[in-house]
Design a protein around this ligand. Structure first.
Ligand code: NAD
Length: 276
């Protein structure tokens, strides 16, 4: 594995294993700079969403970079208040305009809004048929949500982006996704930074002579999970991309798997308060 490694998705498209998450990047200059730093370091994927209010900056940073658009993998998401078939198509058009792009690589249902997420995904399938997106996917979908979609869709979701970190390892959902050829992306791969002070992780980091963040990110990769860590700090963006000069042993992987507490830092898709 190296910085340019990609996962082959169900339709053959290649998705980078590492991307930059840009949630809560609201300062324009800071966002442009963080993306520029990441692209210079070799990141080739950016994870944004309508909710993050920075699709314009993402598009601008990409246009100003020397990396050709076709070498990049851009993900955005339809927000909860825009779900349903027609609304999703409209929301996509708005996102595409803000990004100022001809297509998006991956479009996701942001959360599994009850009574709407199936129609939202139908709209995503249409965007795929129209070649406005290269890959279809969802986010924050439990196994039962996926099964509902799989029962009626023509094109199965190719990606599920879920909260995952050492305190929420998501083993059953990951196993189901693997069985269905749905790639898993971890959001909050570092547990929003809250897992970095874990004693076991710090001990393992000392053992491998790398940082706790690098241990966690490498653990995700060895579990075949795509990662989108967020940082605006150049040194951290760099650190989060230096994951390929070491490998965790099976024993270390087991120790990290054992940290699971099913603890969420975000909301549970089954009782998300969809009104914010
Ligand atoms: P994260 O786990 O990436 O943690 C980010 C925090 O860790 C930041 O405070 C950052 O300063 C700190 N950090 C990053 N690298 C570090 C390092 N090397 N050393 C020490 N601290 C470090 O959390 P996140 O931002 O919540 O998630 C990442 C991305 O996932 C988001 O930016 C977004 O793109 C996506 N996301 C998606 C959803 C969803 O519902 N689909 C929800 C939340 C986040």
């Amino acid at each position: 594995m190296n910085l340019h490694s990609t996962k082959k998705l169900a339709n053959g498209a290649e998705m980078p294993y590492l991307g930059l998450g840009v949630y809560k990047m609201t300062d324009r200059d800071e966002t442009l700079e963080a993306i520029e730093t990441a692209l210079d370091l070799g990141y080739r994927a950016i994870d944004t969403a309508a909710l993050y209010y920075n699709e314009e900056e993402v598009g601008e940073a990409i246009r100003h970079s020397s990396v050709p658009r076709e070498d990049l993998f851009v993900t955005t998401k339809v927000w909860n208040s825009d779900q349903g078939y027609d609304n999703t198509l409209r929301a996509f058009e708005t996102s595409l305009k803000k990004l100022d792009m001809d297509y998006v690589d991956l479009y996701l249902t942001h959360w599994s809004v009850e009574h709407k997420y199936v129609d939202t995904y139908r709209a995503i399938e249409r965007l795929y048929d129209e070649k406005l997106i290269r890959v279809t996917g969802v986010s924050n979908h439990h196994e039962h949500h996926l099964k509902t979609i799989l029962a009626t869709c023509n094109v199965a979701p190719m990606v599920n982006q879920i909260e995952a970190h050492p305190y929420l390892t998501q083993e059953p959902l990951r196993a189901f996704c693997e069985q269905q050829q749905i790639a898993v992306t971890a959001w909050s791969p570092l547990g929003r930074g809250k897992v970095l002070n874990d004693e076991t992780i710090i001990r393992i980091a000392d053992e491998y002579n790398v940082s706790p963040a690098q241990i966690i990110l490498r653990w995700h990769l060895q579990n075949d999970v795509i990662i989108i860590p967020k940082s605006v700090t150049a040194s951290r963006i760099k650190e989060n991309s230096e994951l390929y000069h070491f490998e965790l042993t099976n024993e270390t992987m087991q120790q990290l798997n054992a940290l699971n507490r099913n603890e969420r830092f975000g909301q549970n898709p089954d009782n998300f308060k969809f009104d914010f």
